[in-house]
Design a protein around this ligand. Structure first.
Ligand SMILES: [Zn+2]
Length: 312
């Protein structure tokens, strides 16, 4: 043991959803799991039960007043958590803390060397800011994982994001933080939410030059991905990260109902394999892949399972 891949999930993760008919519906987990089992991947990975995140862990990234706000909306089950994309529902606090807990369980398994790499399907909620929800994201599990890795003493943590949307919640929270090496391929913000992530946004202060944003024109396909991916690898290669997070949102695939990129699952598989190889070259092997967006159920099943296969 200790050399393989863990997948962290259980039925409770599906509770993080905004209802039947919403793009982020409860059926996304089942769509992944059906394909995962059809490919026999459930017999080739360690399946780990997620835990839930404590309030103290959530406070490592989120502000106390924001946590209190979510707790109130979660009890009433009504209203919105942001300007319009992210409705409250009864139990949303616990469901969102469950997502963070799943990502923490995966991170801890890697850090204990119970596995080298891990994947969490319902995770990678990269739009949530320290003090607010945004774009279907209530708690930012990526941000909590990064903060706790820093507390554990890591000095260089890489965050790579191939979701169609810019990972603004992670980017702005760590824009001036030299512990976070950031690389994000996304649909150009002039055409897609959240509108940020221009190529000139390269970090501030001590982290100037440590953040790579690559906006892609609508319609970009695997050929474009292959042209720009080496920039991500060159960027990471300058910093020798001790831990690599991949937010592998499947909404960058052709046929997603809310975006306009045209990647195939091969891009996601390629990214996972390249990051795995880099992590192995660096000697630690640590890669944590988080599902992220993806609203075409066939696409998310194909892209995420390609990631798992290429982490094996
Ligand atoms: Zn997205």
């Amino acid at each position: 043991m200790g050399t393989g891949v863990a997948v962290v999930m259980n039925e409770r993760l599906a509770r993080y959803s905004f209802g039947d008919g919403h793009p982020f519906g409860p059926d996304r987990l089942a769509a992944f799991t059906r394909e995962f089992e059809a490919r026999g991947l459930d017999r080739r990975v360690q399946l780990l039960e997620p835990r839930t995140a404590s309030d103290e862990e959530l406070r490592a990234f989120h502000s106390a007043p924001y946590l209190e706000f979510v707790r109130e909306r979660s009890a009433s089950g009504s209203g919105l958590l942001d300007a319009g994309d992210t409705p409250a529902f009864r139990g949303v606090y616990e469901a969102a803390a469950g997502v963070v807990g799943a990502s923490l369980s995966a991170m801890e398994a890697i850090m204990r060397a119970d596995c080298r790499r891990a994947f969490v399907p319902i995770a990678g909620l990269h739009h949530a800011a320290r003090d607010r929800a945004a774009g279907f994201c209530v708690f930012n599990d990526c941000g909590v994982v990064i903060e706790l890795l820093k507390r554990a003493g890591l000095k260089r943590i890489a965050y790579v994001d191939i979701d169609a949307h810019h990972g603004d919640g992670v980017f702005y929270a760590f824009e001036d933080d030299a512990a976070v090496v950031f690389a994000d391929l996304h649909e150009d913000g002039r055409y897609l939410y959240p509108g940020t992530g221009a190529s000139g946004e390269t970090g501030r202060g001590a982290a100037t030059g440590m953040k790579l944003n690559v906006p892609l024109p609508p319609g970009s396909d695997d050929e474009v991905f292959e042209q720009v991916w080496p920039r991500v690898m060159a960027h990471l290669g300058r910093f020798d990260p001790e831990f690599i997070i991949l937010q592998c949102g499947a909404d960058s695939l052709e046929g997603d109902p809310i975006t306009h990129l045209r990647l195939s699952p091969r891009a996601h598989g390629h990214a996972a394999r390249a990051l795995r190889e880099l992590a192995d070259q660096l000697g630690h092997g640590r890669v944590l892949a988080l599902g992220g967006g993806g609203y075409n159920r066939t696409n998310l099943a194909q892209a995420w399972n390609a990631v798992v296969e290429n982490l094996l």
